[in-house]
Design a protein around this ligand. Structure first.
Ligand SMILES: [Zn+2]
Length: 117
């Protein structure tokens, strides 16, 4: 399925990549557990209501940069212009899902994948 992102998200990614020359990665949504993939949840964001973008400020490195700064490993698959490797993270932000309004919101435990209500 082709995922739709908000203009605000797309503009933020474009602006970051053009001005910083470093990638802003749209994070893949965890899929809802099979039994929860009903019509009541938005498929565009797996019921999260938002899409997350991680803005990076260094990389790609062959090993995680030292220090306490958060890092992200990118497999290089989806965005061919950014190399596979470790990136240092500047920050992450959530952007409203553009197709979500008419759906119920699911809250998902990111560790277990359980849907909380
Ligand atoms: Zn949605």
């Amino acid at each position: 399925m082709k995922i739709k992102y908000s203009d605000r998200l797309k503009n933020a990614v474009k602006h970051w990549e053009q001005s910083k020359k470093k990638p802003a990665f749209i994070r893949e949504m965890a899929q809802l557990p099979k039994r929860e993939q009903s019509e009541s949840y938005c498929k565009n964001c797996a019921g999260m209501g938002v899409h997350y973008v991680t803005f990076t400020n260094g990389g790609a490195f062959q090993s995680p940069p030292s220090g306490n700064a958060p890092t992200l490993y990118w497999d290089g698959k989806d965005k061919s212009q950014w190399r596979e490797g470790w990136y240092s993270v500047d920050n992450s932000e959530a952007y409203e899902c553009p197709t979500c309004q008419k759906y119920e919101r699911a809250t998902i435990d990111m560790d277990t994948g359980e849907v909380l209500r």
